[in-house]
Design a protein around this ligand. Structure first.
Ligand code: FES
Length: 116
């Protein structure tokens, strides 16, 4: 797991959220009662940015069609089998770090019989 520094903890006070970039990914930080959580900044419905929605307690509501997610586990409240991607978060020295999975290795190029 690679951690990327994305913000200062003071930039995300309790009850607020903040859109950030982490290693080329759009991520939203949420402060729920002093604990930070992070999800992909993309609704699973039609990919609208969740950062344009509203945070109420531990729930973020998408601004486009009002799907609501629990940011502590990523579950869509209309169907818990549907989840928005979450990221591990840690705070060190007043800085917020988001954990990203390393990219999978690039696929081997295809070789035709003519190239072999
Ligand atoms: S795009 Fe989020 S609810 Fe439709």
């Amino acid at each position: 797991m690679d951690y990327v520094r994305v913000a200062k903890a003071a930039d995300v006070p309790p009850g607020r959220m903040l859109a950030v970039r982490a290693g080329g990914e759009d991520v939203v930080l949420y402060n729920v009662d002093g604990t930070l959580h992070a999800t992909r900044d993309s609704c699973t419905h039609q990919n609208y940015p969740l950062s344009k929605g509203a945070l109420h307690g531990k729930y973020v509501k998408c601004a486009l069609h009002f799907w609501e997610y629990d940011v502590t586990n990523g579950q869509y409240q209309g169907n818990p089998a549907v989840c928005v991607r979450r990221y591990p978060v840690k705070v060190e020295g007043g800085e917020v770090w988001v954990g990203l999975e390393p990219l999978p290795p690039a696929p081997r190029p295809l070789v035709s019989r003519d190239d072999a």
